[in-house]
Design a protein around this ligand. Structure first.
Ligand code: GDP
Length: 196
């Protein structure tokens, strides 16, 4: 998929601020520092569309982008930043849940996890929640360039098993392997988005 245009539309905290358009939306979510911005930037072939941020608390907004004038990417705030003030952290759940449960445009949620780390409680809760509300979800394991090929296979299987048990899934997730460094997985993710 070639990205012809990618532009920031707006940021929002509440539904009254979401853009009015009729575009289908693909939402990206994961814990902070997982590589969410790098994934979005790699998909659209831009260096800085989504802000790679080391500033805790700064990205507690729902950010909307218009891609190729046809659909939207939605960058949801990352979770699990230890240094974020409690008040900001408490806001995360309602803000993200409100978006996920009240947005008719939403077609797909891309849940991003670091291939090297075991799923956190938050990852499992989110997957269980999406499953319960029958919101289509795609699991992407990122930073695969940091492991050997055999370690990637072992970790991917372990993460899928942990999520299946932890989130009570009837079918195990089939994770997509991704690296922002090598571009691995980019075409596969695009094929899922295009299929929408
Ligand atoms: P976000 O907080 O989830 O948006 O994460 P960022 O995209 O800002 O990435 C966090 C850190 O991980 C940055 O230092 C990135 O350069 C690094 N990173 C992200 N994706 C990859 C990847 O696929 N491979 C490697 N080696 N590093 C990555």
């Amino acid at each position: 998929m070639k990205t012809l245009s990618a532009e920031f539309i707006k940021s929002a905290t509440a539904p009254s601020h979401y853009p009015e358009g009729v575009f289908s939306e693909v939402a990206f979510v994961g814990r902070s520092n997982v590589g969410k911005s790098s994934l979005i930037n790699t998909l659209v072939g831009r260096k800085n569309l989504a802000k790679t941020s080391n500033t805790p608390g700064r990205t507690q907004l729902v950010n909307f982008f218009l891609i190729n004038g046809r659909y939207s990417f939605v960058d949801l705030p990352g979770y699990g930043f230890a240094r974020v003030p409690e008040a900001v952290r408490r806001n995360w759940g309602p803000m993200v849940e409100t978006y996920l449960s009240q947005r008719p445009n939403l077609r797909l949620v891309i849940l991003i996890m670091d291939i090297r780390r075991d799923p956190a409680a938050h990852d499992m809760d989110l997957l269980q929640w999406l499953n319960h509300y029958r919101i289509p979800a795609l699991l992407v394991l990122t930073k695969t360039d940091k492991l050997s090929k055999s370690q990637v296979r072992i970790h991917a299987r372990r993460i899928a098993d942990t999520l299946t048990k932890g989130a009570d899934l009837t079918t195990p997730p089939n994770p997509i392997l991704f690296s922002a460094r090598t571009g691995e997985g980019k075409d596969v993710i695009w094929s899922f988005i295009e299929a929408l």
